[in-house]
Design a protein around this ligand. Structure first.
Ligand code: ZN
Ligand code: CU
Length: 487
């Protein structure tokens, strides 16, 4: 007779491939799924009644800045509470390692309030995450801006010299050897703005033997977005197994509607080169508070401010007015600071999310005192608001965008699907109840309807609370490639 450690019985199983739901039991043994189907004859240590519930693979948050959160707050409640079981870290060119040898770079405050304590190498970073035993799994990209800051110090307003490019390539190579799965860049941001396409192309060639991915926060997400997409594609072609356009969106009123154009452009390119993109389900973006972004936003909220922590959550225009200064002067007084920018068109967000190449990524910033609600709400919002309530796409399609599709794109072998032999990263949700509760006023609320979350066979979230189990693992490149071979 067959025996399971945990039997999730009688649920509607959505396997992550996009296939329709079907009624099935899911047997978990150790850290893996042992069987899927009619398993009434099995015995089990523990039974979870899934009648009336939907069982899906655990969600993969493909766009995060959780590098340091994994050891600063390893419970990772903001993610497991919405069903996320794996996060991809190191996005937007900013990875927690390698980190500048002489510290003092404000940019790293996007990741942690204590940038001086960040590990020096990717190897050390991955070990530190392992040691912290986070509640969920994590895979890492090496950030181009981090490479630049490590090699060029604070002298970032110029193109790197050939010898500096060589050093960046060496650091990337070391990172890939240690287990990173690819490279990210953030050519939009000051540490990388001066980098040329050629600088990135030369660095990206290191990805080829490693089968690494390339993820890009593009140089421009507004008027010049088509040129920025072409630059991203060219860098990806230099060596990446897969190119990912990060948080695809269009900023500014005058670019509203242009996702028709960008998606057509992306689709043409995808016919000749492996390509995907991620998107978060909101019309507001969030990053450092920057003067350059003010013009395109209709409204700006302060997410955090080092000199004025008490103003987190306040409207920038109201702050400026109360101080009797202009918006730019207010930004100067508040910096270093984070901002939330209302700058997108709802129609574009929907069109982008609906596209078959779209994956879901939160882009949440866990250190923000008053974060963008995407940190806590992204996945439940796609499932409850956009799929069920707005009927933008069916539930199996929504689930595929956060499980099977990203697992393929990032090469996460054994993740993102419900099948015998796959890892037991699972979510049980109530499809009629699932919804995000985090909003712009109260952004740190757990979602509703996510009833059980399992990571590597252990339950980490049950009935609205974390169980305290922390079975997460670092997903290292070589192990993923080996598993792809044997699995
Ligand atoms: Zn970004
Ligand atoms: Cu990002």
């Amino acid at each position: 007779m067959s025996h399971a450690d945990v039997m999730i019985a009688g649920g509607q199983v959505i396997d992550g491939s996009g296939a329709p739901a079907r009624k099935a039991d899911v047997a978990v043994r150790g850290d893996r799924i042992a069987a899927v189907g009619d398993l009434r004859t099995w015995t089990a240590e523990r039974r979870v009644n899934a009648a009336g519930r939907t069982v899906t693979p655990g969600f993969i948050d493909v766009h995060t800045h959780d590098d340091a959160a994994l050891f600063d707050r390893p419970d990772m409640t903001m993610k497991i509470s919405q069903g996320v079981t794996t996060v991809i870290c190191g996005n937007c060119g900013l990875s927690a390692a390698p980190c500048p040898l002489h510290g003092g770079v404000d940019f790293f405050k996007l990741l942690t309030p204590k940038p001086e304590s960040l590990p020096r190498s990717v190897d050390e970073l991955l070990d530190r995450v392992d040691f912290a035993k986070p509640a969920l799994n994590a895979a890492f990209l090496v950030g181009h801006s981090s490479l630049r800051m490590r090699v060029m110090g604070k002298d970032l307003g110029r193109v790197a010299t050939p010898s500096e490019i060589d050093q960046m390539r060496d650091h990337l190579d070391d990172g890939l050897d240690a287990g990173a799965i690819g490279l990210s860049s953030g050519l939009f941001y000051p540490p990388a703005q001066a980098a040329t396409t050629e600088e990135l192309v030369e660095i990206a060639t290191v990805l080829e033997p490693a089968q690494g991915v390339y993820a890009a926060h593009m140089r421009d997400e507004g008027d010049r977005i088509i040129a920025a997409i072409d630059e991203t594609l060219a860098i990806g072609r230099a060596g990446a197994r897969m190119t990912v356009i990060s948080h695809h969106k269009l900023g500014g009123k005058r670019n509203a509607g242009r996702s028709r154009e960008t998606l057509a452009h992306i689709e043409r390119a995808a016919a000749t080169q492996p390509l995907a993109f991620d998107v978060y389900p909101y019309v507001a973006s969030s990053t450092m508070l920057m003067k350059g972004r003010l013009a395109e936003a209709e409204r700006v909220l302060v997410a955090w401010s080092e000199p004025h922590p008490e103003l987190a959550g306040q409207d920038l225009a109201a702050i400026a007015k109360s101080w009797g200064v202009g918006l730019e002067a207010a930004v100067d007084r508040l910096s270093p600071a984070g901002g939330i920018y209302f700058m997108m068109d709802e129609g574009d967000v929907r069109r982008i999310m609906t596209h078959k190449l779209a994956m879901i990524g939160s882009d949440g910033l866990p250190v923000d005192r008053h974060p963008h609600p995407r940190l806590w709400g992204t996945f439940a919002r796609v499932l409850g608001h956009y799929s069920r309530d707005q009927n933008l796409f069916d539930l199996p399609t929504a689930v595929r965008k956060m499980t099977g599709h990203p697992a393929e794109v990032f090469g996460l072998s054994g993740r993102g699907r419900i099948a015998p032999g796959a890892y037991a990263d699972l979510v049980m949700l109530d499809p009629s109840q699932v919804i995000d509760r985090a909003d712009f006023e109260r952004p740190t609320q757990a979602s509703d309807g996510i009833e059980m979350v399992m990571v590597n066979g252990q339950i980490v979230w049950r009935d609205g609370a974390a169980t305290g189990a922390r079975p997460g693992r670092v997903l290292r490149r070589q192990a993923l490639l080996d598993e792809a071979q044997t699995g």
